[in-house]
Design a protein around this ligand. Structure first.
Ligand SMILES: [Zn+2]
Length: 248
């Protein structure tokens, strides 16, 4: 089993290309990601097997290895002095086991990657914002995720910078929503554990409940449009939950 999940290409798959553009840069990485960044062949093969050559090529291109001397492993709690600005690296399993969030002391903001959920600006037009947990294959771990969220919420936190997408400032209700969703997703997965096509059943249920939420929030978008925005996420989320069920 690869240390990195299939979803990890959108975490660090562009590192090699980025490092070519910044010849003086050092790449800081979680210890679980280190070997894949200096030798991405295994990771590439795994993804090729999943997606097929053509889809992989069009989505990701080729992974470029990074010279080992330019890669540095950052341990949990590592502090980077970034030109006078302190950045704290926090190990945050739950979504993936190689995932760091980076806390910026100056803005009291957290670069949260996928750990604090995903949120789409075009859907944040209703009464409340929406955030959902990406449970993409293959390292979804609800218990680890709760512990991670506890750790993050203990920080003096004014804002989160969510990779998918945007800055969010009213954090406590988003935290409650995310935690509840992780719980609900896991419960949904368990509910369909014995179903004939459980992945499809889980996907359908996640999609329906997301659409239901937006209708309740008086989001102005039509249900079909909401569904099309979430279709791929919920498919990947269902795949991750299906994999997780297989591990129970
Ligand atoms: Zn991810």
């Amino acid at each position: 089993m690869l240390e990195l999940s299939r979803g990890s290409l959108d975490h660090a798959g562009g590192s090699g290309g980025l490092m070519q553009h910044f010849p003086n840069a050092t790449l800081l990485v979680h210890k679980r990601g280190y070997r894949h960044l200096i030798d991405p062949a295994k990771l590439e093969q795994g993804s090729l097997a999943v997606y097929g050559e053509e889809a992989f090529e069009s989505m990701y291109g080729r992974l470029i290895p990074v010279a080992a001397e330019r890669v540095q492993v950052a341990e949990d709690g590592f502090e980077l002095n970034f030109n006078g600005r302190k950045l704290l690296f926090i190990d945050t399993p739950g979504h993936a086991r190689h995932h760091y969030c980076v806390y910026d002391e100056m803005s009291q903001g957290l670069f949260s990657g996928d750990t604090f959920g995903a949120s789409y600006p075009e859907l944040n037009t209703g009464k409340n914002r929406f955030i959902f947990p990406p449970t993409t294959p293959i390292q979804f771990d609800p218990r680890a995720w709760y512990t991670t969220l506890d750790k993050l919420m203990a920080l003096p936190l004014e804002r989160i910078y969510v990779t998918y997408f945007g800055m969010h400032e009213d954090i406590p209700p988003l935290h409650v929503m995310l935690r509840q969703a992780i719980e609900d997703y896991a419960a949904t997965a368990l509910k369909f554990a014995a179903s004939a096509d459980r992945e499809a059943a889980i996907e359908d249920s996640l999609l329906q409940s997301s659409v239901g939420y937006f209708l309740e929030q008086q989001c102005l978008m039509q249900p079909d449009r909401i569904k099309s925005l979430f279709a791929q996420d919920m498919q990947l989320n269902a795949q991750g939950l299906d994999f997780w069920l297989g591990q129970q």
